[in-house]
Design a protein around this ligand. Structure first.
Ligand code: ZN
Length: 124
């Protein structure tokens, strides 16, 4: 959330303690809004990291199990971070992208093998 600095008109993040442009103290409205925000949890969201790790493991070693877990955890982490702001949203997004990519890649392989098994005559 961004506010407008009373002093210079620059956009100021509601969580910042002073204006980044002119250094002015936040307005009373700014302080009131910041007090109403949920507390910012320190550290990185563990579910977001788990999402990224699962997706990477799924992409290379564990088709479907890892990637699906990565996607589920990624959505869960993003919902948690939306409710309780915390670092790690980037990890969750990366986990989701890699997870969906992994599912697409493995589905592609599955279809390829299925197709090959039908067109290539079995040697027996
Ligand atoms: Zn300012």
């Amino acid at each position: 959330m961004k506010l407008i600095c009373d002093n210079c008109g620059a956009a100021v993040d509601v969580r910042s303690v002073a204006c980044g442009e002119c250094g002015a103290d936040p307005s009373a409205e700014h302080l009131r809004l910041r007090a109403a925000l949920p507390p910012y949890k320190s550290g990185t969201n563990g579910i977001a990291i788990a999402s990224l790790v699962s997706s990477l493991v799924g992409l290379f070693f564990l088709p479907f199990v890892g990637t699906v877990a990565g996607v589920v955890l990624g959505h869960l982490a993003r919902r948690r971070i939306a409710n309780e702001p915390q670092d790690g949203d980037g990890f969750a997004i990366a986990g989701l992208i890699i997870g969906y990519l992994g599912i697409a890649v493995w589905m592609g392989f599955a279809f390829l093998f299925f197709w090959l098994s039908r067109v290539v005559p079995t040697v027996s």
